[in-house]
Design a protein. Sequence first.
Length: 468
Amino acid sequence: MKRFGILLGIVLIYFFTSCSSTHKINLLKPEPDDAEPVVYENTSSFISLPVKIKIKDIENQTNKLMQGLLYADTIAQDDNLEIKVWKQAPIQISTEKEGKTTRLKTVLPLKINAKYHYGFNKLGFSLNDSKEFNLNGIVTLISDVGLTNWQLSSQTQIKSLEWTESPTMVMAGKSVPITYLINPAIRVFKSKIEKSIDDNIKKTLNFKPQVLEALDKIATPVEMSETYSSWLRLVPIELYVTDAILTQDAITMDMGLKCNIETLIGKIPEKRFDSSKIILKPVSKMPDKINANIIAVSTYKDASELMTKNFKGQEFGDGKRKVKVNQVNLWHKNGKMIIALDLLGSINGTVYLSGFPQYNEETHEIYFDKLEYVLDTKSFLLKSANWLAQGYILRKIQESCRYSIKPNLEEGKSNILSYLKNYSPMKGVYVNGVLNEFEFEKIQLTNKAILAFIKSSGKVNVIIDGLE
């Protein structure tokens, strides 16, 4: 009986330790933290957007808007004069520098049709007649350009009016220069012409709708990788702009966008942009580069799915004692990550590991440092399945407890660069720039996700050339 008892004990030990046998385990699960979601630290990014608007485009747009009849006065009772003013030829716009001040110079060829009413009543004899004549002239206007309420505006004054001809008419036996009659009327239509120039420059250079449309587009989440279900989301916060500066052939100004940039894994995230809350803030100076602080957000659910794929087809153990990892689940507890491995094989059930998430800058992987079995799991393995608790098996398991965000970063950078290589969101608008390599900063845990903070820098410029 004693030998039989010893033999039975050996059989039972073999039964519980052999890989050819199956253990069903039910270990104490480390429950996730149930605290409210952590508000993670989101460092804003800054995108500098130097803007250049060609003077030629302003000229083209102004010519489109100013067509035909510019001014008409059909009431003769006040000054005996009816007058109509047309644009005779295309307007020419350039810049003119006077000392340190540069202004827009507009040359406007005019055609004027005038009808002068004259007559007298003397000694019971009256004469009433009118003369109609046409003459041509060139008006030169000077405009100060500024930025007001999202749009470039101008303050225009007529600098000179030169008549290309100065015909005369005979009235009451005397030769009277026609320009002598027209010049007083200039005071009336002068302000009309100036206002017309200002209004049309204002219409031409009202960029608010285009800016808000562009912000709405870039705020729409972009899928970076279908394989990894990763998305890039940009959340605009504030928009800055410097004063407009006139150069020889263009108007330049610096714009800057303060925003949050996130990369998220999983289903398409919602867009976070409210155009009514974007305010254009004037500033005196703008940095000339992009500072992009990107947050790679991996929810525990999505990270679990990626890590489960890593374990596919792998077996851990030796000889006949082996297990496969069927499913991986992650959650956060007390500043650590809990990794639950659902095992099939010599042991069926769930074992639990804990560790600290880290980032490998060379491979761009999230991995787990100081990975070890949690206390209850470790106690069970030491008693019943010591072979699974051995260091080399834990190291092999640790090798698969990682997932790469390199494809996400590369595809994200590739997507961003596609908007920096002569990208044209609309005809006549071109965006160019460079983006430097990504640099890792830190990892932060919430009760919902692992956050990897990454930064980059670069330069962007916008040229408006060839607007229609």
